[in-house]
Design a protein around this ligand. Structure first.
Ligand code: ADP
Length: 642
């Protein structure tokens, strides 16, 4: 479609094109949900728009400070909301950084924010469930389509001459055309749906702003042009606007903290914990940090960036690459406002900056201290935080050499001896007299770990084992040999000496066992049959119920670690495992009795392979030859049924 556009300086008219484009498929799904949503908190669209507008002002203020050549139309930043009740429109404008044509297409045509696509993947098509998801994740700009059936965004990027308008009704496509706009920034006009006219009322809008956006620092003005009064009402500033972190704690309500957390962290849940304090002395800065209740979407983003915003004397500097918190605290959200840094800090200057490093150290120390206090005084709350973020905090055990011990002491683990969480220190308290090591098993799922055959011998002797189900456990355990002199020992690796620690409980009757002589003969036979498929075959005190299990050899890599490396293609060769067999198991006893007979090696070959395959199945490992397994299994069943 062709339109004419007049150059404001020369008066020449040129033809410009309106381009029609399709939304990215994921955005279309999201918009479809927005357009047809029955979400009761539709008012959040305004919070999203105001939040974006204020971010845009922050970004421009920062750019003007670091790029002296950047031309702007004044730096009196602000957000203006204007309502035309007759035309049924709400317009939200800002004089922030603005968007170029490409920005408009990328930001408002695709899913820009990392993690939002996860959100879309979770959409089920079931209206009710999806609506709940909006509450949990929020969807930024696109939420305007809950209240508007047509939206236009006119924007001019600071420093650029041309403005563009993006328009859409949220149904599959949007249009972009060149536009006229006198000043930099963005103007968003919403044509309000028939069922959303409540949002044209002054009182309603005023309440929404006070609820969600009072803390926004740039002034927000509201002007209403009402039906009966043809004159536009004078724009009034409607937000408080003082930096919340600079206010005394007693002046801030819980709701205000929550709304600030949501704005600063792009979050939609409640914060479970906050840390608000001012450091004075050598360095002066204010900290307001939050722990989210649920995992932020980008928690496992490989970049592992922290999302804490750095301000200098209340001026926003950066929320990227600030090194304000170590990677293992990246789940925290909030702001740090320094009095000591210069205002014209460029992002590059922030890296390895000694002031930032000192601040980061002190803040990390404070957070750890705060967690330690909470772990003692409000154990339940700490354990809730640990359940969500323990897997991330534990990264600090191998990354943060200085704080390794402190973090390990704070760490909570599941165990075979207690319900809920325990610490390693408490484990050590409960250790048996003759026990010297802290036993653990690693894997990916606590419930599956509890069923591991390797645990049987420990359970029957009442020896406690820590169950470690986070991927990170295999890594830190590699670099931390012991806890206060007690070595960590994997129960799936190396020989065990359980009988030296305690005797097995025998449920009333002593279990019959194959004799040592019989076992030696059987083990020799098994080694001959299995050849290089096993590193060793040995009798086990790890097992009580199961016939066999696999463990890594003393010098080998722990099995869970091997699985992780294999899954990430970092291991091309797997070490042969030790096959442990249970002398008290009926099948092993039978095999041991027959192992000395002539021709035993041929007669017992099939059952011996089955014993190995069984152990593999229990480990969740693939079988080398599933067809052979099925054949042997069928033949064994046939004999059993005969
Ligand atoms: P989010 O704000 O969480 O990133 P949105 O969907 O709300 O997600 O916005 C997407 C992107 O569009 C923003 O990250 C920002 O880059 C851009 N944007 C939105 N509104 C504005 C605005 N008023 N000024 C400049 N850029 C904006």
């Amino acid at each position: 479609m062709a339109e004419t556009k007049t150059d404001t300086k020369t008066g020449t008219k040129t033809e410009t094109k309106t381009e029609k484009m399709g939304f990215e498929a994921e955005v279309s799904r999201l918009l479809h949900m927005m357009v047809h949503s029955v979400y009761s908190d539709r008012e959040i669209f305004l919070r999203e728009l105001v939040s974006n507008a204020s971010d845009a002002c922050d970004k421009l203020r920062y750019e003007t400070q670091t790029d002296a050549g950047l031309k702007t139309d004044g730096d009196d930043f602000g957000v203006a909301i204007a309502v035309d009740a007759d035309a049924k429109t709400i317009t939200v404008s800002d004089n922030g950084i603005g968007m170029s044509r490409d920005d408009l297409i990328a930001n408002l045509g695709t899913i820009a924010r990392s993690g939002t696509s996860n959100f879309v993947d979770q959409l089920s098509g079931d209206g009710k469930k999806d609506v709940q998801l909006i509450g949990q994740f929020g969807v930024g700009f696109y939420s305007v389509f809950m209240v508007a059936d047509n939206v236009s965004v006119t924007s001019r990027r600071a420093g650029e001459d041309t403005a563009h308008t993006w328009t859409s009704n949220g149904e599959g496509t949007f249009e972009v055309a060149e536009a006229d706009k006198a000043s930099q920034g963005t103007e968003i006009t919403l044509h309000i749906k028939e069922d959303a006219t409540e949002f044209l009322e002054q009182y309603r809008l005023q309440t929404i702003i006070t609820t969600y956006s009072d803390h926004i620092e740039v002034p927000i003005t509201l002007a209403i042009k009402a039906t009966d009064d043809k004159e536009a009402e004078e724009a009034k500033v409607v937000n408080d606007g003082s930096a919340i972190w600079a206010r005394p704690k007693s002046d801030i309500t819980d709701e205000q903290y929550t709304e600030f957390y949501r704005h600063v962290g792009h979050a939609f849940d409640e914060p479970i914990h906050k840390l608000h304090y001012k450091a004075e002395g050598m360095q002066e800065y204010t900290v307001l940090l939050f722990v989210p209740t649920s995992k932020p979407m980008d928690l496992f983003d490989p970049a592992r960036k922290n999302r804490v915003k750095l301000y200098v004397k209340k001026v926003f500097i950066s929320d990227e690459g600030t090194d304000l918190l170590p990677g293992w605290l990246r789940f925290m959200r909030g702001v740090v406002d320094s009095q000591d840094l210069p205002l014209n800090m460029s992002r590059e200057m922030l890296q390895n900056n000694p002031v930032v490093t000192r601040m980061s150290k002190a803040i990390t120390k404070k957070i750890l201290g705060d967690f330690e206090k909470m772990a003692k005084k409000d154990t339940e709350k700490f354990e809730t935080i640990w359940s969500e973020f323990g897997g991330v905090i534990k990264e600090g055990i191998y990354e943060d050499f200085e704080r390794r011990e402190q973090i390990l002491k704070l760490a909570r683990f599941k165990s075979t001896a207690v319900e809920g969480w325990t610490t390693v220190a408490d484990y050590v308290e409960r250790m048996k007299d003759k026990q010297s090591a802290v036993y653990y098993i690693t894997g990916t799922d606590e419930a599956a770990l509890r069923k591991s055959p390797q645990l049987e011998g420990f359970k029957s002797r009442d020896i406690e084992v820590l169950l470690m189900a986070d991927a990170v456990d295999d890594f830190w355990l590699q670099s931390v040999p012991d806890f206060e002199g007690k070595p960590f020992k994997s129960i799936t690796r190396g020989a065990s000496d359980l009988d030296d620690i305690a005797e097995a409980k025998d449920d009333g009757e002593k279990k019959e066992k194959a004799t040592e002589g019989q076992m030696t003969t059987l083990i020799t036979l098994m080694k001959e049959v299995l050849g290089e498929k096993v590193a060793e075959v040995r009798a086990s005190d790890r097992l009580t119920e199961t016939a066999s299990c696999l463990v890594a050899s003393d010098t080998g890599m722990d099995m869970a670690m091997e699985r992780i490396l294999k899954a990430s293609n970092q291991l091309d060769h797997e070490a042969a495992k030790v096959l442990e067999i249970n002398p008290g198991h009926a099948v092993i006893r039978k095999l041991a009795e027959k192992a000395g007979e002539t021709g035993a090696i041929d007669a017992l070959a099939d059952p011996v392979w089955l014993i190995l395959d069984q152990a593999k199945i229990l480990e969740g490992d693939p079988l080398d030859d599933a067809t052979a397994f099925a054949r042997r299994m069928s033949s064994a069943m046939e004999k059993g049924l005969a």
